[in-house]
Design a protein around this ligand. Sequence first.
Ligand code: KIV
Length: 271
Amino acid sequence: MSVHTEVKKVTTHTLQKMKQTGEKISMITAYDYSFARIFDAAGIDVILVGDSASNVMAGHETTLPITLDQMIYHASSVLRAVNRSFVVVDLPFGSYQSNSKEALASAIRIMKETGAHAVKVEGGEEILESVKRILGAGVPVMGHLGLTPQSIYKFGTYTVRAREEAEAEKLKKDARILEEAGCFGLVLEKIPALLAKEVSESLHIPTIGIGAGKYCDGQVLVMHDLLGINTEFKPRFLRRYLDMHEQITTAIQHYIHDVKSRDFPSEQEQY
Ligand code: KIV
């Protein structure tokens, strides 16, 4: 007799319920099959195939260069690994801003070619038509407000956003607009904790913070930062759970030593 254990998949409804019951949502980025498989099995709620792949996978300074085809490559690798987690994929810079038709075409490519469960876009009122058109096709959309890295050349720096009244007011308005349009959730990046609290309490949809404090309905971190693969990036909001840079360096140095000293492979490790 085979024992069939059904996996309870995370959906937008699960995330909505978690907001209502106060259970915090865990989210992490992933860009490939092997890590996504570990994160999914470990029980992460949401995996974000972020356009931060442009930085951490391709070594670019910003998220701007990554293309839709490259995002599709990363996302399809992640989706092949996932059983339970909800997977959100970033629409990259230039794939949704020029008009809503192009935005929908990009979202459809992501959904069709990767098996993703939702897309994420950066911005508020200025991309509303695109958001509505994607939602109109039945594709779940996650918003992203505050520090939106695709606009880095407009901001000029990666410092905390919306400290000033006018920007905070715009952010609150954009959050309302995105919820009314039908977004299922919102990433809030690098804004004051009290502003994130006000936004989180005013919305029915969950907010996921990165550098936005403890009052958000969930938290997201870039996997390379959380696992200590990146050592140069040390923002105040980051908590490191591992020092993979150190651990990998030590392992590789052992391997080099073993090869050079003829210790590897041994009699038992050959045919
Ligand atoms: O691309 C990304 O990794 C993101 C997170 C920082 C939220 O958008």
